[in-house]
Design a binder for this molecule. Structure first.
Ligand code: ADP
Length: 580
């Protein structure tokens, strides 16, 4: 990334800088802030006290002087009260001179354009060789609230004051300083001064801020820590997979783990990727519905597909147009382009291809008014029937046959109870609720935990969690056939948050880190099958827990926990989040 080139070595400063006492000397902004910070009283009260002291001492001494002259008393004969008055006058004079004098001198010598001042100053300081930062203390790396704050360098104090005063926009810090960690520290300190909140529990050190620049998160002030649990092995398509799940919901990993165990003891699960295509649907408006219909006919005519594909595919080596589905609302035309995207989740890729096609169409349809590159027929991060029916991202079905003895031994229930519960709850119950793709117990729990662990876009859990869970008794009613059908799992192994260190490590655990050079797209598809396989395990375990009536007990055990979890985990019985 651009920021990594020629980055300035950060000066040492603390993980959560706090108020520093005035160090004396220095330029206006910094001195004002520090002096105020160092005083035991608010600065206006201190000013008032010293001004009153000055005036009182002066008036008293003048009067005494006049009386002495009238009485012909020598001036060098002073009483105790006069000595106190002289001391008070001198002390208040020193205070007032240093307070107003320095501010006045600064206002004379400083440049009126503070932001420009800051830029020049930063460049100047960047040129100076700075010592390498000390390795963060272990407690700082852990973000411990007990970590002792280090002193913020004077040059950063100036920038913090300017950000607080609104003279420097916080968002320019990374670009201007060329040091992402330093920028985050300054922003954090400015935020602390503005809000009065320390955010001590939010760690600052121990994160590579350059890795998120321009890609994952703007205006960083720290990072949230999330525990990652692992469920597995999940025996899926002959592979033993350990599934990383980032969550703060007690029971979830344990429950999924139990499902994995039941699947593995029954010989494993198998999956099929039915479809693989990301979609983007721009909306355009014509003077009339008739004109909109003409473009619809053009786009859906198979004879025009090759031309459109050539135009679309120019955007990427991996984006390949699969089709266009159109819908009309009055004179507005919604064109849902679908394309393969290799190992990327593909939103950027498909958007670029769509832009190419819109530019191309404009020549033949000059009256076409592009309203938006995204007209919500895509449909991204919203619950929508179009994804449920047509699919978006990876459409996956995953199944397993759970043996009768495993249902009894591991899941502590029976096949008949599971099948019946699934019909009444996941099928009929969801129908009663008017669910859209929500014919499952808690698919979104597993989807979201894996998404966060592996750097997917967590907001896409909306459509990625669409799932119908089917349970049937087979082999004369003895064994259980379970399947999950998930038409819109949106995942990638390149781009977005997948390249960050933690997320990349989780992808590596699954054997799908980054792009698959030999078979582009196969890593992302494999990840989608793991998501479906883990959902299968999660569904199996939760439905079993509910069928066996263990739900409340397990929650009392896992969510209202005692310190010793090992016994509870070893039992691995009924576990499931209460919300489902
Ligand atoms: P998205 O389209 O999911 O937003 P990005 O545009 O952030 O993803 O990342 C995709 C980038 O990764 C593209 O520039 C693409 O050329 C590159 N890339 C490298 N290898 C692959 C691959 N196997 N599949 C997809 N993209 C790849």
């Amino acid at each position: 990334m651009a920021m990594e080139v020629g980055r300035r070595v950060p000066p040492p400063h603390g993980s959560a800088p706090r108020r520093q006492p005035a160090t004396g000397g220095g330029e206006g902004e910094r001195v004002r802030v520090q002096a105020g910070d160092a005083l035991p009283l608010p600065i206006r009260h201190t000013n008032l006290i010293f001004s009153a002291l000055f005036a009182a001492s002066l008036v008293y001494l003048m009067r005494r002087w006049r009386e002495k002259i009238r009485a012909s008393t020598p001036l060098d004969v002073v009483s105790l009260a006069e000595i106190f008055a002289i001391c008070g006058l001198v002390a208040s004079l020193i205070y007032l001179l240093s307070f107003f004098g320095i501010a006045f001198v600064h206002s004379v010598v400083s440049n009126s354009d503070d932001e420009e001042d800051f830029i020049i100053d930063s460049r100047h300081k960047q040129a100076r060789a700075a010592p390498p930062p000390p390795a963060p203390a272990p407690c700082a790396l852990l973000g411990s609230p007990a970590a002792a704050p280090e002193k913020m360098p004077e040059e950063d104090e100036e920038i913090v004051a300017a950000v607080v005063a609104g003279k420097i926009p916080s968002y320019v810090l990374e670009t201007r300083l060329g040091d992402c960690r330093r920028a985050a520290g300054i922003r954090r300190e400015a935020l602390r001064r503005i809000t009065g909140r320390d955010m001590d529990g939010l760690p600052l050190d121990g994160f590579d801020y350059a890795s998120i620049l321009g890609q994952c998160c703007e205006l960083p002030v720290g990072y949230v820590q999330l525990p990652v649990g692992v469920a597995g092995p999940l025996l899926l398509d002959g592979r033993r997979v350990y599934v990383p799940m980032a969550t703060t919901e007690g029971c979830l990993v344990a429950s999924t783990n139990r499902g994995c165990k039941a699947i593995a003891e029954s010989g494993g699960a198998s999956s099929v990727v039915l479809k693989d295509g990301m979609t983007r649907a721009p909306v355009v408006r014509f003077p009339s519905a008739r004109r909109a219909a003409e473009l619809k006919a053009f786009l859906e005519d198979p004879a025009n597909f090759d031309t459109l594909a050539v135009v679309f595919n120019r955007s990427s080596r991996f984006g390949r147009l699969q089709g266009v589905k159109c819908a009309i609302a009055g004179r507005n035309l919604y064109m849902r382009f679908s394309c393969s995207t290799g190992d990327a989740m593909g939103m950027n890729m498909v958007s670029k291809g769509v832009q190419n096609v819109l530019d191309y169409l404009q020549a033949d349809f000059p009256d076409m008014d592009v309203i938006s590159i995204s007209g919500n027929f895509c449909s991204d991060k919203k619950s929508a029937a179009v994804n449920w029916i047509d699919g978006r991202g990876k459409s996956v079905v995953c199944e397993a046959v759970i043996k009768e003895e495993v249902v009894k031994k591991v899941l502590k229930t029976n096949v008949q109870a599971l099948v019946e519960l699934n019909v009444i709850k996941n099928l009929a119950g969801s129908a009663v609720a008017g669910a859209l793709g929500g014919f499952n117990a808690h698919a979104s729990n597993i989807v979201t935990a894996i998404f966060i662990a592996t750097g997917q876009d967590p907001a896409q859990n909306v459509e990625s969690s669409q799932c119908i869970t089917m349970l049937e008794a087979i082999n004369d009613g003895k064994d259980l056939h379970i399947s999950v059908t998930m038409p819109s799992i949106e995942v990638g192994t390149v781009g977005g948050g997948t390249q960050l260190a933690s997320q990349s490590a989780c992808l590596d655990l699954l054997g799908v880190k980054s792009a698959n050079r030999e078979f582009p797209g196969s890593n992302a598809r494999l990840l989608a099958t793991v998501v479906a396989g883990a959902v299968l395990a999660g569904e199996l375990s939760l439905i079993s827990a509910q069928a066996a009536g263990h739900l409340v007990n397990s929650h009392m055990k896992y969510n209202r926990s005692s310190k010793d979890m090992s016994k509870a985990l070893a039992e691995a019985t009924a576990v499931k989040p209460k919300k489902c």
